[in-house]
Design a protein around this ligand. Sequence first.
Ligand code: GCU
Length: 622
Amino acid sequence: MIKSSQQASRITCHYALHALVCFGLVLPACCQQPFQTLLVGVDHRSVTSLDGDWHYLVDQSPGRALYKANGEINDSSYALNSHPNIVGEHNEEYDFSTAPTLKVPGDWNTQVPQLFNYEGVVWYQRDFNADSKPGTRTFLHIGAANYRSHVWVNQKRVCDHEGGYTPFDCEVTDVIHNGSNFVVIAVDATRLVDGIPSVGFDWFNYGGLTRDVFLVNVPAAFIDDYDVHLAHGPRFDPENTEVTGYVHVLGAPPGVSVTVDIPEAGARVTAKTGADGNAPFSVKASKLTLWSPDSPKLYNVILTSGDDKLTDNIGFRDVRVDGTRILLNGKAIFLQGVNMHAENPIRGGRTSSDEDVATTFSYLKDMNANFVRLAHYPHDERMERTADRQGIMIWSEIPNWQHISFDKPEVYAKAVVMLKEMIRRDRNKASVILWSVSNETPNNPTRTRFLTGLANQARALDQTRLITSAILGPKPNGLERVVDDPLCNALDVIGQNEYVGWYESKPEDADNITWKFPQKPVLMSEFGAEAKFGNHGAINQRWTEEQQVNVFQHQFVMFNKIPQLRGTIPWVLTDFRSPTRNIPKLQDGYNRKGLISERGEKKQAFRLFQKAYEDHTIGKAE
Ligand code: GCU
């Protein structure tokens, strides 16, 4: 794609706008565009779903319908949704009304065989009816669109977004009318060197409107953001039943009342908005059952302000680090986890439905896991909602995967927006205990500065969770592995990736390897080996299930010698599609490190973890 200075300035302006708007600060003149934000708890509002069949048109590279020659966005092509004069004077050469359809939510790759490997621009269009009461505001909510998207309603551009895994909301109040309207969205899945992730990543680049799309109608002044959590003092106090946080009412003048009501906990408080529309609050609950995997207690939390009311289901828990221990509600815990991608086992394609998520959780429960790392990007919000209900703890991450343009300020700005979007969407999810800023990035000062900045941003945004990152293994020094990556200084918990027995060394070498870590809790955030389901052979025969089990068994020996190990997260729950995995008959486009095949078949290694996690034979909580 041609990138002009004007477009570069527009994108930076967009991020500046986005960052500024998201956090209610003044708008620089250059950015006078429709309002764009991220509505918290939107899945708990009554909405008009726009999921279903959308017409689509493919705009092959260079995407001449979307990008003008100077790289600017073309507002007067397909966005106009006009129709060709089949007879008479020549006009347009496109027509959504007779075009085929794609299901939303969903990636286009697994819906249309010709688009399986397509990474470019696809235009989506559908009509919709609006019925909004006068004086109210209406937003178009997009759960996620991979990778860059531009949105028009009734021919007016209402927002642009970059990032394939976080939601955004575009105001359409001034461009819709009651009755029939139409929306056109151009989604460009082209990888960008300055993208997050960048161009070479080990998962399938599913394109499209991959998560729910709906219309949200709210009062003129409404609750767009809130934070409701157990007060987090310097030490955990089991008697502590103070619930605190804030409620932000967008469009509210100072002095507007906001009520936070948690009937079952006997907590109710009214607070007032300040000049910035924010109403901080604190209230003692008469009784509070803390959330944990054994008792994933959620409370109805009713937020009201003026004509607006929203009820969320929130759990209250305290997670913190104490030396090399991770404490949940004051008790040391060991995270029995697994990594996973947001790819539906069996059906394939991006996870996007309750059924998809239910399948995944059945695997997690069957495996006796109490924790899951959502690699390497924020997953569908259904994952966090289900984890909240089922008591599974979560590691959530933004896709700073391996090589990112760490030297570019505009890339840092993108990362900050993605971090803020991730935290804003899930800050009220008790299941989320860790925010991760990256995975396997090269250890150099520019990268460390970039990621340390992000870690500090995350800590400033959320003091109630732990900050982590998955780091690369240190250069082997004989049988000793000394972890001295300076990024660890910025982390509360260290995630260590290593592939002893697969990418390096022999499986049995792990028995004699020792690790030296900084005095912080450590999670083995990736380890494993490839095996094709049904491929059997000797324990040292690579690609067999027996060899995969053998690699893991030697890992356990190594792990049980690491005093500050507080969790294990094998790579990976299920085999997943990756364009870099091309050994015919063994990989066929799949990374085969799954404990389960892409058809849901459980390999021997799944049983190994099922037993080890049941018997708690790996590692110790303290
Ligand atoms: C890396 C990386 C994963 C990748 C895995 C593998 O560690 O973080 O994204 O899929 O190794 O090579 O299988």
